[in-house]
Structures are given as structure tokens and as C-alpha cells.
Ligand binder design. Structure first.
Ligand code: ATR
Length: 281
């Protein structure tokens, strides 16, 4: 039986085993999928031990995505652009790394939430790893413009500089939060994405109401049983729709499953089941 795992710190909360087993049952596959805990000091050893024990692949979650990238001999273009790996395949003596986070986001936006990304303008808050991981797939899905907003604007400028050669005539720009009131007067954004860690400390972002009010959807990359601080902020400011990142989590897992097994699972029913389970606490 093929054996997979999610490696993280912490990892006990991870829903990946349940998600992958649900996918496996769609195809009649029998798989093992474990949670493996590592500390920052022993990630490489843990990864190697899993492979030596006959493991076929792993998902990597926080805080190891950058380290996983460094450990992979071969990486996809997507993973290279993200500088991070969340899906590893052990192929004979090689370790291949990919990053499916952005694909999960794009699928959730376009397939579940019905957002037309082709030609769209997107604003992303945050300029860390979570943003870096999704820029390439958003452009590949046809986004015409992405504004990256960060407190430390130099970090956003440096990130945008790496993505200047985006396909077609798409564009990317960095902004401090202090630009936003003026920006809202001249530009509308189809989707606002929270890729900051502000919500972890229940902090709101310094975003003027006019930005939310003129957008179609506010999307938070994290998920929770109740609307996140960012979702509440958006709805109160007049944004018509908001979503948390549960669908992105399921989407990235579906793409990892496709990489490992060569078949793409369906996600809609699993989304409904997990949503109900999470909302019930
Ligand atoms: P990740 O890999 O999850 O993206 P990270 O690299 O630590 O994590 O980045 C966290 C992001 O959240 C950063 O863009 C950070 O902004 P700064 O670079 O200006 O620090 C952003 N962030 C964290 N707390 C925030 C807050 N209260 N308001 C706005 N942005 C915040």
C-alpha cells in the first residue's frame, strides 16, 4: 500500500489525512496517510527517515515549505517561483518538489466561488511566503493586475520585482497601506486576498472601507469555524461576499493527489462535508 504523510510543526490539527482518504475512496484506492511531527532542527532527518521507510510522498506544511524547497533536487517552475514546496514525490533516488497552494486558491476562486480571473484585478495583503506561493498561478489563470500591499513596503517592492516578467501584458505593483485611500478613487479590485498573519492575533488590516466596498469578494487564506476578522471587516465595509480558505486547503490537496496518483479528485462534496464538520465545532 502506498504511504504518504504530512510533515509539520505543529501537525496534530492537520486535516490532510482525512482529505486524502476521502479522495482515495473516490477512486477505490487504498492508501496510508500519516501525520509526522518534525522540529526545525530535524526536518531533513524526518523526511529522509520517511523515505527510507518506504514512503511515496509527503505534504509539507508550516514552517517547513522553504526547507522542503531546499531539500528537493528537482522542483517545478511553480515551486521555483514560490521558493517553497508543499508536495514532495520520492522518485527512485530523486526528490521532486511542487507547490500546489496557488492552484488550490485559483480553483477555489474560479470553480467554487465563480470568480472570472481572466482579466481580473486582484489585491493581496502581505508580502511573505503565502503571497509568494500564489502569484504565479494567479497570473497563469489570467489575472491582469495584482497589487501587493504590505506594512513593510520594501518587502513588497522586492517581491514584485521578482515577478516583473509576468506573461502577456499583466502587471504587478507594490503599495503601502497609506496608498489605499487614493488608489480606491481610481481603481477597483475584483478580489481582495488576505495573505497576512494579522488574523492570528485578531488584528484588522488598515484598509479603507472604500477598497472593500468596491470589490466583489474578500478571501482569507486561513479558515475557521466562524467568519475570520478579515471577512468580518470586509462585510461590514460593504464587500458583497467573503470566504475563508477552506476551499484552498482542499484544492491544494486535490492537486497534490493528482501529482501522486495521476487522477484529479472531485472536491465539492468534501467541501460541504468539512464545512459542516468545522462549523459544528
Ligand atoms: P507567511 O509565510 O505566512 O506569508 P511571513 O513571511 O511571516 O508569513 O509574512 C507575514 C505577512 O503578514 C507579512 O507580509 C507581514 O507584514 P510585514 O512584512 O509588514 O511585517 C504581514 N502581517 C503580519 N501581521 C500584520 C498586521 N497586523 N497587519 C498587516 N500585516 C501584517
Amino acid at each position: 500500500m502506498k504511504h504518504f504523510a504530512v510533515i509539520g510543526h505543529p501537525v496534530s490539527h492537520s486535516r490532510s489525512p482525512a482529505i486524502h482518504q476521502a479522495f482515495a475512496s473516490q477512486f477505490g484506492h487504498a492508501i496510508r496517510y500519516s501525520r509526522v511531527h518534525a522540529t526545525p532542527e530535524c526536518f531533513s532527518d524526518v523526511l529522509e527517515a520517511f523515505r527510507a521507510g518506504g514512503g511515496d510522498g509527503v505534504n509539507v506544511t508550516l514552517p517547513f515549505k522553504l526547507e522542503a524547497f531546499a531539500r528537493c533536487a528537482l522542483v517545478s517552475e511553480r515551486a521555483k517561483a514560490a521558493g517553497a514546496v508543499n508536495t514532495i514525490v520520492f522518485r527512485d533516488s530523486e526528490i521532486f518538489g511542487d507547490n500546489t497552494d496557488g492552484l488550490g486558491l485559483v480553483d477555489d476562486l474560479s470553480l467554487r466561488l465563480g470568480v472570472r480571473l481572466r482579466g481580473s484585478s486582484v489585491m493581496i495583503f502581505g508580502a511573505g511566503g503565502a503571497t509568494r506561493g500564489v502569484l504565479c498561478p494567479l497570473f497563469e489563470a489570467g489575472c491582469r493586475h495584482i497589487s501587493v500591499v504590505n506594512r513593510d513596503v520594501q518587502k513588497a517592492i522586492a517581491l514584485c520585482a521578482e515577478f516583473q516578467n509576468v506573461p502577456g501584458n499583466a502587471s504587478i505593483r507594490a503599495h503601502p497601506y497609506s496608498d489605499l485611500a487614493t488608489l480606491a478613487k481610481s481603481q477597483c479590485f475584483d478580489v481582495l486576498i488576505n495573505a497576512t498573519s494579522a488574523g492570528l492575533s485578531e488584528k484588522t488590516l488598515e484598509v479603507p472601507e472604500t477598497i472593500f466596498a468596491s470589490s466583489r469578494l474578500a478571501y482569507d487564506m486561513v479558515y475557521a469555524a466562524k467568519p475570520t476578522v478579515f471577512m468580518q471587516q470586509a462585510l461590514q465595509a460593504g464587500c458583497p461576499e467573503s470566504s475563508d480558505g477552506l476551499g484552498m486547503l482542499i484544492g491544494q490537496a486535490a492537486h497534490a493527489y493528482a501529482i501522486w496518483h495521476g487522477v484529479m479528485p472531485k472536491t465539492a462534496q468534501l467541501y460541504r462535508d468539512l464545512r459542516a464538520e468545522i462549523d459544528a465545532g
